[in-house]
Design a protein around this ligand. Structure first.
Ligand SMILES: [Zn+2]
Length: 109
């Protein structure tokens, strides 16, 4: 097994960066980047993609196949306690609020 993967981004070889330039003078190309995997087994997307951009390109191109792996036909829900709105005062006279949302562990399925 080789110690690298080729980036799976479908457009990786089209991006204009100097690290992708390969070949001899007069016959230069932009080449797909190599990716050095770092997780074992290879479960991280950075084991297959050189960047978030290439990962997004792949996901956009193959989105129907990707969601077909685990279709979501119903919504999911996380039980929570009633949200509590908290008002805070600053030292300079203004206020800010946040809403505390906590998971209700007693209703976890
Ligand atoms: Zn790439």
């Amino acid at each position: 097994m080789s110690d690298f993967n080729w980036c799976h981004g479908p457009k990786c070889h089209t991006y204009h960066t100097v690290d992708r330039v390969r070949g001899v003078k007069g016959s230069k190309v932009l080449r797909t980047r190599k990716v050095k995997p770092y997780s074992q087994p290879y479960t991280n997307f950075y084991d297959y993609f050189c960047s978030n951009g290439c990962y997004n390109d792949f996901a956009h191109k193959h989105i129907r196949d990707i969601v077909a792996i685990a279709p979501r036909t119903e919504c999911l829900e996380t039980p929570i306690h009633n949200p509590i709105k908290e008002v805070h005062n600053t030292d300079w006279g203004s206020t800010w609020t946040n809403t505390k949302i906590e998971v209700d562990e007693t209703r976890q399925s």
